[in-house]
Write a protein that binds this ligand. Structure first.
Ligand code: NAP
Length: 345
């Protein structure tokens, strides 16, 4: 077992080294936490800012070393990937906050993707890298020809194509998550989750596949436990498949004893498109085409890989527990009726 401060160089050599890109992000943090607990890996957590509070937090976990790297800077990736056995690769389309068509920038994510895959190729050709896990986005079950999918989905799928073009498929596992539960924690006035409001971007009767973002860490741990079987595979991953109403009912059942009524509230599509057009296109796409995770097949794989997915019910209960313990701004949102007062301050 690898204990912090108890390792020597020869022991470290035998332990696989995994580089985690965007390590301070929601997925990256989940991956780092999950792998840290296994004591089976030396984790190189890549961030652009070694001193940020998020970086410091993950840097304090067992078996984690913070390493500077920017997906827009190939040289920095080259250094960060030096001598690694495994890479967890993620990319982001989010370039700051700008209303309408500004926050999600396809070219920003594509450039990161090309830089990432080019450096994976270089690391692979050097001979030590043996497994690349790319975090993409769920595809549709029956992709429609010429279907106008959101730009930030097609960029992920185009990066997947680039993995194939560079002949890296045989060492790559593509994980394709659906929408995070964490999206319910949006900060839109009147549409943030509370005991009274369950917000959604699709109509109340549409099935919407979702996942707890930290579960992506469990998936990474899982595929790393059976690398040979899961290389050259792409898996749409989800934890739940519920309609908007069913999701609201899940919360309703938890708060019913307090005499609270939870309503599913759909964020108006026109408002979403005004805030960020591509998210509106995504909502249209989810209603029209839908994510394509095969929930039955996932159950079998999860069993094999020792993954217990977080249910929406568990996630909501954990968030409410957190609310009791902390006085975070997020927790204030949950007080529903008091929320407007907070906002008006
Ligand atoms: N939201 C959803 O429901 C959902 C579902 C499926 C897939 N996705 C996809 O997931 C991806 C986002 O992952 P996430 O949610 O984990 O991200 P996130 O929480 O938004 O984290 C972004 C992190 O990326 C790092 N970062 C930003 N620009 C960077 C750059 N140029 N180079 C290196 N690091 C950079 C930042 O870390 P530092 O400042 O520390 O460097 C930041 O902590 C997107 O592609 C999105 O489309 C999202």
């Amino acid at each position: 077992m690898l204990e912090q401060g108890e390792t020597n160089k020869s022991e470290l050599k035998k332990i696989p080294v995994i580089a985690v890109t965007m390590a301070t992000g929601r997925q990256g943090t989940g991956v780092v936490k999950e792998l840290s607990q296994t004591n089976k890996y030396k984790i190189r957590a890549i961030t652009r800012d070694l001193k940020s509070s998020k970086a410091q937090k993950i840097g304090s976990l067992n078996n984690v070393e913070l390493v500077k790297g920017d997906l827009m800077d190939p040289e920095s990736l080259n250094k960060a990937f030096e001598g690694v056995d495994i890479i967890f690769g993620n990319t982001t389309p989010t370039k700051g906050w700008k209303i309408f068509r500004g926050s999600i920038v396809r070219s920003y994510e594509m450039e990161q993707g090309f830089n990432l895959i080019n450096q994976v190729k270089i690391a692979y050709e050097k001979g030590q890298l043996n497994h690349f896990i790319f975090s993409s986005i769920s595809k549709a079950k029956n992709p429609l020809k010429n279907d106008p999918a959101p730009g930030h989905f097609t960029s992920k799928w185009d990066i997947e194509d680039y993995v194939e073009k560079l002949d890296l498929k045989q060492v790559t596992t593509v994980l394709r998550p659906v929408s995070y539960f964490e999206n319910f924690e949006n900060k839109l006035p009147g549409y943030s989750i509370s005991k009274k409001i369950f917000p959604g971007i699709v109509g109340k009767d549409f099935k919407w596949q979702t996942i707890a973002v930290e579960d992506i860490g469990k998936w990474v741990r899982g595929v790393l436990s059976k690398p040979n079987k899961y290389k050259n595979q792409s898996i749409n991953i989800a934890g739940e498949e519920l309609t908007g109403l069913e999701m609201a009912m899940t919360l309703q059942r938890i708060v019913a004893s307090e005499g609270i009524q939870t309503n599913y509230v759909m964020i108006p599509r026109v408002a979403i498109k005004m805030l960020e057009y591509d998210i509106g296109v995504m909502a249209d796409w989810i209603e029209r085409t839908g994510y394509g995770a095969d929930m039955n097949k996932l159950q079998t794989i999860q069993k094999e890989l020792d993954i217990v997915p977080t249910s929406l019910n568990e996630w909501l209960i954990a968030k409410l527990e957190q609310q009791k313990k902390t006085k975070s701004s997020w927790a204030r949102h949950w007080k529903g009726s008091q929320w407007k007062l907070q906002w008006n301050k």
